[in-house]
Design a protein around this ligand. Structure first.
Ligand code: ZN
Length: 358
C-alpha cells in the first residue's frame, strides 16, 4: 500500500475584504524587472471597481483571460510564449475568476519554467520544474480549483489536467465578497459541482476519514445554502466559499466519480462547461447515487433552476464513441465509483445508454 503524500496550497488568507491585502502579500514575491501577471476572468473586463483594486505595479500586466471555453493547451502556450518573449521571466501569475481562470494561471505558471508545449504535461507527474509563483483568487465558488493538484486542460487528443506537485497554488485569497455578484445560474451549477464532489467522494470506494471529514462538512454547507435558506445573503457566500475549499480537500484525498467521467466526455466533444455538464449528468444518475440525486433534485426545484436536457440528441455513432472513449479513459474515477471490477459494471453499452439520456 502506497499512501499519497498530498502537496497542499502554501498560504491561505480568508475573510471579507482580504483581497485588499494582495499588494502586501505579493510584495516579497516580486523580482526586479519581472512583472506580476494578472489573469482576470474576462467577465470582469469592464468592472473598473474591481480592476482598480488589483495591485498593478511597475511593468505588471493585467490580461483579460478568455474563459469562454475551458482552458485549451494552445491558449496556455500562446500566453506563456508571449510572456517569455516579452519579459523573459515573470515574478508570478495570479488567476482571478472561476475555475477556468484559476486553472489557466496554474498552467501558465508551470509553462514559464518548463520546456515544450502544455500538452506534453497533460497527465500525472510529468511536470519537470517548479513553476513560477502563483496565486488563485476565486470569484465563483464550487470547483475546488483553488486547492486542487491539477489544472484541467483540453488538448489536441484529450481533456486532462497537469496533475503534479508543482501545480497547487502558493497562495489563495478567499474573499467571500468577491463571489457575491455571480449570476444565479452559474453560481448554482458551480455550487453543484461542489455538491457532486462530496457525493462522489463520500460514496466512492476510495473514501477514508480524511476525505470524509471534509466531504461531509462541504455537503452540509451546500445543503444549507441551496436547501435551507430562502434568500441568498452574505452568509451564503461565506458558506459556499468554504464548501468549495472543503469539497476540494475531500476529493484531493479520494477521487471524483461517475458524473465527472461522463461530463468530461461532454466537455471534450461539445464544449459543455464543467459545472453545468456535471448537473446534466448527475440529474440522471439515480441508479448510482440515489440519495444524492434526490437531494440534487430538491435543490434544483428550490432554486428554480433549469437543467438542460436533450443535448446529445442527433449525435452520430462516431461522436458517441468519442465521448465514451474519453469517459472510459478516466480509470481512477471509475475505480473509485464502482470498485476494481468497474469494467464489468460499466460496459460501453451501458454508458452509451446514459449518454443518450442526456
Ligand atoms: Zn468538479
Amino acid at each position: 500500500m502506497k499512501f499519497r503524500n498530498f502537496k497542499m496550497v502554501d498560504y491561505v488568507v480568508y475573510g471579507r475584504g482580504c483581497f485588499d491585502q494582495l499588494d502586501e502579500i505579493l510584495a516579497p514575491q516580486r523580482k526586479a524587472d519581472a512583472p506580476m501577471v494578472y489573469l482576470l476572468d474576462h467577465h470582469f473586463e469592464n468592472d473598473e471597481a474591481l480592476k482598480a483594486r488589483i495591485p498593478v505595479r511597475g511593468n505588471d500586466i493585467l490580461i483579460n483571460a478568455d474563459v469562454t471555453h475551458e482552458p485549451k493547451t494552445t491558449y496556455i502556450d500562446e500566453l506563456s510564449e508571449m510572456l517569455k518573449e516579452k519579459f523573459g521571466t515573470v515574478s508570478g501569475v495570479i488567476g482571478i475568476g472561476g475555475g477556468s481562470a484559476m486553472d489557466l494561471a496554474k498552467a501558465v505558471a508551470i509553462m514559464m519554467t518548463n520546456p515544450g508545449k502544455a500538452h506534453d504535461y497533460q497527465g500525472w507527474d510529468l511536470v519537470k520544474n517548479p513553476a513560477v509563483y502563483k496565486a488563485g483568487i476565486p470569484t465563483l465558488s464550487g470547483t475546488g480549483a483553488e486547492v486542487s493538484r491539477t489544472t484541467v486542460l483540453t488538448g489536441p487528443t484529450r481533456k486532462l489536467g497537469m496533475n503534479s506537485d508543482f501545480t497547487p497554488f502558493n497562495q489563495i485569497v478567499l474573499d467571500p465578497a468577491l463571489i457575491k455578484n455571480a449570476p444565479k445560474n452559474q453560481r448554482f451549477y458551480t455550487g453543484m459541482d461542489c455538491f457532486i464532489h462530496c457525493i462522489e467522494s463520500l460514496k466512492g470506494t476510495f473514501i477514508n476519514e480524511f476525505s470524509r471529514s471534509y466531504g461531509e462538512k462541504a455537503q452540509d454547507l451546500c445543503e444549507e445554502v441551496y436547501l435551507h435558506k430562502d434568500e441568498w445573503d452574505e452568509e451564503s457566500d461565506e458558506k459556499l466559499m468554504m464548501a468549495s475549499f472543503a469539497g476540494g480537500m475531500s476529493i484531493a484525498y479520494s477521487q471524483v466519480g461517475i458524473a465527472h467521467t461522463i461530463s468530461y466526455g461532454l466537455g471534450y466533444l461539445l464544449g459543455t462547461k464543467h459545472g453545468i455538464g456535471n448537473c446534466i449528468v448527475f440529474n440522471h444518475l439515480h441508479e448510482y447515487y440515489p440519495e444524492g440525486v434526490e437531494t440534487f433534485h430538491k435543490m434544483v426545484a428550490k432554486n428554480d433552476i433549469h437543467i438542460p436536457e436533450g443535448i446529445t440528441r442527433g449525435l452520430t455513432e462516431e461522436q458517441f464513441d468519442t465521448m465514451i472513449n474519453v469517459s472510459l479513459g478516466m480509470v481512477p474515477l471509475w475505480e473509485n465509483a464502482l470498485g476494481k471490477d468497474w469494467q464489468k459494471i460499466m460496459t460501453r453499452e451501458k454508458l452509451r445508454a446514459i449518454y443518450e439520456k442526456l
